[in-house]
Design a protein around this ligand. Structure first.
Ligand SMILES: C[S@@+](CC[C@H](N)C(=O)[O-])C[C@H]1O[C@@H](n2cnc3c(N)ncnc32)[C@H](O)[C@@H]1O
Length: 205
């Protein structure tokens, strides 16, 4: 089973490299826009160290980051809920999860992140429920996502946010995001230069 996950990850890495090289012309709404392999490895490691069991991902794309996390969370008998709005990407992700034999670990919530997070906030079940979160969707709403996600996270839970340092076009949004988190009293946060820059935030009591 593990081999199957790594085979799919490798295939997606090749696609991502091709996409980034601009040697192929991929339409904007079909681009993977995936985290880097190093970021995948770090997410995988954090899930293992934390023994995380309930993960939330905002921005699944075709499932590259989800697969890195699934590889670790299955060891903990955990589950992933992941949010994506693009139907073409959802179809590709479902195929990837099937090929990696991890469909049972992952629930895809199809739709707009803001709306789905609002629904989660209304359900008692999700209060302090997730012990690991990856935020990697549209960057304009990243502060709102964080504020909606924080009540859903356990004390000691970790929130990782991608694209803190790169690409350049997100720099202003991400600067505001970093400043926003640093003003929240019950979290501690660091900016790591791994991949495209990862904000790693832990919720405190
Ligand atoms: C950077 S990509 C995610 C990459 C993925 N985490 C990975 O590393 O493989 C961002 C994704 O968020 C989705 N997205 C953007 N805005 C969204 C929104 N408001 N609601 C749900 N999904 C959204 C996009 O369709 C895109 O697939």
């Amino acid at each position: 089973m593990k081999t199957m996950i790594f085979e799919v990850l490798e295939k997606l890495e090749n696609q991502s490299t091709l996409e980034k090289s601009r040697k192929v012309d991929v339409p904007a709404d079909e681009r993977m826009l995936a985290i880097t392999k190093e970021t995948g490895e770090i997410l995988n490691m954090i899930i293992r160290i934390k023994n995380a069991k309930n993960m939330l991902e905002v921005g699944m794309s075709v499932g590259y980051s989800t697969l890195w996390c699934a590889e670790a969370i299955t060891e903990n008998d955990g589950k992933i809920i992941t949010i994506e709005q693009n139907p073409k990407k959802i179809k590709r992700a479902k195929e990837n999860f099937q090929n990696a034999n991890v469909s049972d670990t992952i629930t895809i919530k199809e739709g707009l992140a803001m709306q789905i997070l609002r629904e989660f906030n209304l359900q008692e079940k999700y209060k302090e429920y997730f012990d690991f979160v990856l935020i990697d969707a549209d960057k304009e709403n990243v502060i709102e996502y964080f504020d909606m996600i924080l009540p859903l996270v356990t004390v000691g839970g970790v929130i990782v946010t991608d694209n803190i340092l790169y690409p350049e076009k997100y720099k202003e949004d991400m600067k505001k995001y970093s400043a926003h988190i640093r003003a929240v009293p019950n979290v501690r946060t660091i900016t790591s230069p791994i991949g495209n820059g990862e904000e790693i935030t832990i919720k405190l009591r």
